[in-house]
Design a protein around this ligand. Structure first.
Ligand code: AMP
Length: 323
């Protein structure tokens, strides 16, 4: 098929030739001018036609090039992309990552950024459990009290949640686990469910932050519930934040920058619950690193620095061969 540009160029070429001829004919009949003049006019008409044809040929060549790109392997570009994606789904291993670190290390901040970078979903068991609590489901009823106290929900419940979630279509190329596994029992259950389909954990990104800085991070944290966007009264305050006479953030002024909706503080983001959460982290979660270390997939990141520095180290850790 001829493109609009090519057919326009051809039309223009025809028009220029016709105009040139008419101009020459008029001059000849009305003034009986010299044959030299007639010859000039004829040449002008030929030149105009040639220029038009050159433009038309160039447009046709460009169209041919476009067709080649669009008909990669004889298909449209969209079909080629879809087929490549299907090949990824069928033949390439899944990219299965664990975002590891204590509460307040920045898993919720960097998880969505990795998600966007790699196009695979970040799955937070904490978010899923909070949604279950809000919805009042059976799982939510069982988890509510233990979560508020900073304890761990049973392995059976969280393993069940993850088992179902990773079967969903958006996980077919891989996923990022945030807050799971948290115990060795969960780790073994994860390895087993992945091994059933010949898959395994491909990377563990460990966000390292000393306990001493976590209390300030946790107790100053405010969340936009719907999006999961996270703020901090000192390090990342929302634009709307106002302080009272004592320099404390006024709760009513804490609004999400994007939607203007109210922010909230998590019930377990208290100094008291944090003590229990940190004890659980060191006793039950940290041994998971020793479990994966022999596979050469654990990469430590210094998360006790500015956000850009952390992200730079995460990017380096994500690269193939970096672990
Ligand atoms: P998070 O948002 O990851 O800090 O999780 C919040 C709370 O949800 C935790 O303190 C636990 O009570 C519970 N939770 C989340 N993930 C797990 C898990 N993998 N195992 C047990 N409890 C979990």
């Amino acid at each position: 098929m001829i493109s609009t540009a090519a057919s326009n160029a051809l039309r223009m070429a025809g028009r220029r030739a016709a105009t040139g001829s008419r101009f020459g004919a008029a001059r000849l009949s009305s003034t009986a001018a010299s044959s030299q003049q007639a010859s000039n006019n004829k040449n002008a008409a030929i030149l105009a036609t040639t220029a038009g044809l050159v433009a038309a040929v160039a447009a046709l060549q460009q169209q041919e090039q476009t067709n080649k790109t669009q008909n990669l392997f004889g298909k449209s570009a969209a079909t080629a992309v879809k087929e490549t994606e299907e090949k990824f789904g069928a033949y390439w291993p899944r990219n299965i990552m664990i975002l590891f670190g204590p509460p307040g290390a920045g898993k919720g901040t960097h998880g969505p950024k990795i998600e966007e970078l790699l196009g695979i979903p970040a799955l937070s068991t904490g978010d899923m459990l909070r949604a279950a609590v809000s919805a009042g489901t059976e799982v939510g009823k069982k988890a509510k009290a233990v979560m508020a106290a900073g304890g761990l929900v049973s392995d059976e419940i969280v393993v069940g949640i993850i088992r179902d979630r990773i079967k969903e279509d958006d996980c077919k190329h891989g996923f990022i686990l945030d807050g799971f596994p948290r115990t060795l029992a969960q780790t073994k259950a994860l390895d087993k469910m992945l091994a059933e389909e010949g898959a395994c954990v491909t990377k563990v990104i460990e966000l390292e932050v000393p306990d001493s800085v976590l209390e300030e991070r946790i107790t100053g944290r405010w969340i936009h519930k719907k999006s999961g966007r996270s703020y901090h009264v000192k390090y990342a305050p929302p634009k709307s934040m106002k302080k009272d006479g004592a320099g404390k953030a006024v709760a009513e002024s804490m609004k999400d920058d994007v939607t203007g909706e109210a922010l909230m503080q998590r019930g377990d983001d208290t100094a008291q619950a944090l003590t229990k959460r940190l004890a659980g982290y060191h006793n039950e979660t940290v041994p998971i690193l020793t479990h994966y270390q022999p596979n050469g997939i654990v990469k430590a990141v210094n998360a006790n620095q500015g956000m850009d520095g952390v992200w730079g180290e995460i990017l380096a850790a994500l690269k193939r061969g970096s672990a």
